[in-house]
Design a protein around this ligand. Structure first.
Ligand code: ZN
Length: 256
C-alpha cells in the first residue's frame, strides 16, 4: 500500500523577509526542513535529504557563511538516517531518492545513499556542473558531489510507470527545481512542492521569495501548483510552512 510520511529533518531560524519580501526586516521565524518517505509496493522513495548532520554540531564548518543567515535549530537525531531508522530502514532500503533541487537543506544527506538512484532534473545537474551557474544558484558541491547514482530526468517523469509518483518541473527557484505529485489513491493527490512554494501565504498572495533565479519561471511554477490545489483538488504540502507543519501528521503517523 502506498503511504506518505513526513519526517522532520531539522529546523532553521532566519529573517522572515527572505520568504516574504514585503515584510519589515528583523522578524525572525523558524521553519521546518522536511523530508518525506513514500512506501510504494515496488520500493521506498525519499523526497529530499535535509541538511547534513555535521551542521548540527558544527554549523559554520559545514555551511560556512550560510550558517550566519540560516541558524540551525536542529537537534541530534533530526536527520535523515536517524529518521529512517525509526521505520527500521537504512539507506540501503531506499530505491529512489528525489532531490527537489540542490540547495543545502534539500540534498545535504545525499552522501548517505550510495546504493539508491537519485532523481534530479537535467537542468539542475547542468547548473551544478557549471562553476558560474553553481555559484549563482547557491549550490555547495559538498552536498551532492559524491560517488552516487544520479539519474537525470528531463521534464515530467513517472517513477514507477503507474502514475502514482510523478515528478514535474517547477523551475524558477533554481534552474531545475522539481516537485512531486503523489496519487495516494484514485482522486486523492498530494503534491510536495519543495521550494517552488515555501508557504501557503506565498501561494495565496502570489508572492515570490527573495531566492529565485528566474522570477518569470517561478511565477509560472507557482501558478501551476495553485491550479493543482484550486482546480484539481490536490492537497499541497508547502516546502517550509511552519503553520502547516504544526497541523499535518508526522511519522510514524502517515500524512496520507
Ligand atoms: Zn531552495
Amino acid at each position: 500500500m502506498l503511504q506518505v510520511f513526513s519526517m522532520p529533518c531539522g529546523f532553521l531560524e532566519f529573517d522572515s523577509k527572505l520568504f516574504f519580501p514585503d515584510r519589515e526586516k528583523g522578524q525572525m521565524f523558524i521553519i521546518p526542513v522536511p523530508s518525506y518517505l513514500i512506501t510504494h509496493p515496488q520500493g521506498n522513495v525519499v523526497f529530499d535529504t535535509g541538511v547534513h548532520c555535521q551542521a548540527i554540531t558544527d554549523p559554520f564548518g559545514r555551511l560556512g557563511e550560510v550558517s550566519r543567515m540560516f541558524v540551525s535549530r536542529t537537534k541530534p537525531g533530526e536527520e535523515i538516517v536517524t529518521q529512517l531508522g525509526k521505520f527500521n530502514l537504512t539507506p540501503k532500503d531506499v530505491k529512489y531518492v528525489i532531490n527537489s533541487h540542490f540547495h543545502f537543506d534539500h540534498c545535504g544527506g545525499n552522501e548517505f545513499f550510495p546504493s539508491s538512484t537519485i532523481l534530479i532534473q537535467k537542468n539542475e545537474m547542468n547548473a551544478a556542473r557549471d562553476p558560474a551557474l553553481r555559484q549563482k544558484s547557491g549550490f555547495d558541491p559538498k552536498d551532492y558531489d559524491h560517488q552516487l547514482n544520479y539519474k537525470e530526468v528531463d521534464g515530467e517523469y513517472d517513477i514507477f510507470g503507474d502514475g502514482s509518483l510523478v515528478l514535474f518541473p517547477t523551475h524558477g527557484h533554481t534552474l531545475g527545481h522539481q516537485s512531486l505529485r503523489i496519487q495516494v489513491s484514485k482522486g486523492t493527490d498530494v503534491v510536495l512542492t519543495g521550494d517552488a512554494c515555501y508557504t501557503k501565504t506565498n501561494m495565496d498572495q502570489n508572492l515570490l521569495p527573495s531566492v529565485a533565479i528566474d522570477r518569470d519561471e517561478m511565477y509560472r511554477s507557482l501558478g501551476k501548483l495553485r491550479d493543482l490545489r484550486d482546480k484539481q483538488g490536490a492537497t499541497i504540502i508547502y516546502g517550509h510552512d511552519p503553520d502547516q507543519w504544526k497541523e499535518i501528521p508526522h511519522a510514524p503517523e502517515p500524512l496520507a
